[in-house]
Design a protein around this ligand. Structure first.
Ligand SMILES: [Zn+2]
Length: 241
């Protein structure tokens, strides 16, 4: 059955000769693997619409019983030039698609598209990335505790963040946890970002949230509590150091 789907290319795997299998995250079917004949030939008419991060419309022979669908044609709807042209944005977008592709969740298309749009256009790439990670933590049910001390419930004297314990730690509890105390302003920003979403994104601008350290802590939180390993994060670390 012919089917037209809109999706974002999140992976390309070369296969024999000049063929490729592309993985597309679609609004209707979640992740789909598409077999693209001759995609890597210079004459391929579909190549332009099948590059990583492209948002395209794919015509395919959809067979629900098969793992890989046959791609017939692809038309580019939107390409994220801002991501392609900037190393930091490209590195962050790569982490986004690595996270998305590790989750077996078919309902993340809107989140993926919004995140790529912000990474493409918005001046604050780290803010956009952090908001994305916060949504993932929320979906997985592993959001950090940022309204009180995760160990005793104390709302006063918050001193640091324990990734292992899952959130804020107060001065009293830190006497036994022994973590380095953190800057009050950083703790405040960590609390704000953990309550953020793309619905209120415009209000976050110029709040000092465009901070690599915030993103790095959220990624560490995600990896620790989900068991995920993110190889692509190293490129972000490398760009900052
Ligand atoms: Zn405490």
């Amino acid at each position: 059955m012919n089917d037209r789907v809109t999706g974002i290319v999140i992976r390309e795997t070369e296969v024999k000769e000049s063929d490729a299998i592309i993985t597309v995250y679609t609004a209707d079917h979640g992740q789909l693997s598409l077999y693209a004949r001759g995609l890597r030939k210079v004459t391929s008419r579909n190549a332009y619409a099948c590059q990583l991060f492209d948002c395209s419309e794919f015509l395919l022979d959809y067979n629900p019983g098969k793992d890989v669908q046959l791609l017939k044609s692809a038309v580019l709807k939107r390409e994220y030039m801002g991501i392609r042209a900037d190393y930091d944005r490209l590195a962050l977008a790569s982490v986004v698609i690595e996270i998305i592709s590790q989750l077996q969740d078919d309902s993340l298309y809107d989140l993926l598209e919004t995140t790529l749009e912000k990474l493409d256009q918005d001046e604050e790439a780290f803010t956009a990335f952090s908001v994305f990670v916060v949504q993932i933590l929320n979906i997985l049910g592993i959001s950090p505790v940022v309204d009180e001390c995760v160990l005793c419930g104390n709302t006063k004297g918050i001193e640091t963040i324990s990734i292992a314990d899952g959130g804020f730690i107060c001065h009293e509890c830190n006497k036994s946890v022994h973590l380095r105390s953190m800057d009050v302003d950083f703790l405040r920003k960590f609390r704000i970002i953990n309550k953020a979403s793309f619905e209120v994104y415009d209000r976050l601008a110029s709040s000092g949230l465009n901070d690599y350290q915030l993103s790095a802590l959220l990624v560490e939180f995600l990896c620790t509590h989900s068991g995920m390993r993110l190889r692509s994060w190293r490129a972000v670390e490398g760009a900052v150091k």
